[in-house]
Design a protein around this ligand. Structure first.
Ligand code: R5P
Length: 313
């Protein structure tokens, strides 16, 4: 079987990024209708010929995550029923990723459930900087965990100096900091954090040398900003230079996250466009585009022969 023609569709979560990726590929977005019925149910209609085509749907499952996920699933179902050879979900931000394990009895493993749900209609998944690589193991379908770290590190390169130090604001971010460190040749420090609730954390200590150094805080995501705010306070207490750079792949910035971060001397924040730009107020945010990374992923994923995978409806 030869190479199948691709059809790229955008859900409603991030049509601007989907359009940028289509333009990078020299193609146009496939026509589809995604609306809400008067009773709020989702209405989806693929208005493009997809029979025997390799379908891609770009949809970060960013807030409102449950609705975006269902939208993606309905689009995938519609593509399958219309005869697409294969459906690949491009999920630059994978919602529910932080529910990768149970921290208390009575909790679900949300990330696993979402992965299993996706697999009922989706043949392959490409995500960007999954909260933990362990999530790849939740999928039986081929999964690409693309990394935006090289792009962020490149954007940071001009601003680093000999006194810079990469700081992981929690243990989970140490691998991210090490990856940046390899690319930028900088030392690494990390903060010991305990999470008290969805929006509260406590710092237990800082490991590594930060006194007199300019911190570059790196993480996979900024949600409420509590992690970074606590880390910045701890770093100031340890005598760092009061000038923070922040780099994170996913900028959710929910609630009053922007105000929380603006209480600190933050000179630059680098985020990608894995999800639509958040409300960042007066924060000095610079967006690093993912269109090239995602377009390249589509090129690679579509280069093999597309084999239909039967789905039991
Ligand atoms: C946690 O493990 C993540 O890597 C982030 O540090 C965290 O999710 C950020 O959340 P928030 O901004 O609400 O502290």
């Amino acid at each position: 079987m030869g190479r199948a023609r691709i059809a790229l569709f955008a859900g409603r979560a991030h049509p601007d990024l989907a359009a940028a990726v289509a333009s990078e590929l020299g193609t146009e977005l496939g026509k589809c209708l995604v609306e809400n019925f008067p009773d709020d149910e989702l209405q989806v209609e693929i208005q493009e010929e997809v029979e025997n085509r390799d379908a891609f749907i770009l949809q970060p499952t960013s807030p409102p995550s449950a609705g975006r996920l269902l939208e993606l699933m309905l689009m995938a179902d519609a593509c399958k029923r219309a005869g697409a050879l294969r459906v690949t979900a491009l999920v630059p931000y994978f919602g529910y990723a932080r529910q990768d394990r149970r921290t208390r009895p009575g909790e679900p493993v949300g990330a696993r459930l979402v992965a299993e749900l996706m697999e009922t209609r989706i043949d392959r998944i490409a995500a960007v900087d999954l909260h933990t690589p362990a999530i790849e193991g939740f999928f039986r379908a081929p999964t690409e965990n693309l990394s935006a770290i090289p792009l962020l590190a490149e954007a940071l390169r001009h601003d680093v100096s000999r006194s810079s130090v990469l700081v992981a604001p929690d243990l989970g971010a140490v691998k991210i900091a090490r990856h940046h460190a390899e690319l930028l040749d900088l030392p690494v420090a990390h903060v010991h954090k305990s999470r008290l609730s969805g929006s509260e954390v406590r710092v237990r200590g800082v490991a590594g040398s930060v006194e007199g150094r300019s911190p570059i805080l790196v993480d996979d995501m900024i949600s409420t900003g509590a992690t970074l705010a606590s880390a910045m306070k701890a770093l100031l207490d340890k005598g760092c230079v009061p000038e923070f750079t922040i780099a994170a792949t996913h900028g959710l910035l929910v609630g009053d996250a922007a105000r929380r971060l603006a209480d600190f001397p933050v000179t630059r924040i680098l985020l990608t466009d894995s999800l639509p730009p958040p409300q960042f107020g007066t924060l000095p945010v610079r967006i690093v585009g993912l269109k090239g990374l995602l377009a390249e992923a589509i090129r690679k994923l579509s280069s093999g022969a597309a084999q239909p995978r039967p789905v039991a409806f």
